[in-house]
Write a protein that binds this ligand. Structure first.
Ligand code: SF4
Ligand code: ZN
Length: 101
């Protein structure tokens, strides 16, 4: 995996360095604005995807789509007997096709 300096954006080549390419950047860092964390969605992307009706491996056979970004969750599907099933909230998916509205 390529690591990029959080200050100047250059590739970090030294193995022992994690976030900065050099000491110069490390010392500059406290004055940098903190990177905003990307908010993860609460609802799965599939609800707005045209592949949601058996168009992809996930909607067809519950096989995770290769390369997607998804958080595993447990869904209660029978509130009476507390039965759960494993599912995912999909954040990003290579097979995503936006639904036309
Ligand atoms: S977002 Fe991805 S996993 Fe979800 S329905 Fe679309 S193609 Fe399938
Ligand atoms: Zn740097």
């Amino acid at each position: 995996m390529i690591r990029l300096c959080v200050v100047c954006g250059k590739e970090i080549t030294a193995k022992f360095r994690k976030s900065y390419c050099s000491d110069i950047c490390r010392f500059k860092a406290p004055f940098m604005p903190k990177k905003k964390r990307k908010r993860k969605r609460k609802e799965t992307l599939c609800w707005s995807c045209d592949n949601a009706c058996t168009g992809c491996s996930w909607s067809k056979a519950l096989v995770p789509v290769k390369g997607w970004d998804a958080t595993p969750i447990r869904i209660k599907y029978n509130s009476d007997v507390r039965e759960y099933t494993d599912s995912y909230i999909v954040h990003d998916c290579p097979q995503f096709i936006p639904t036309k509205r």
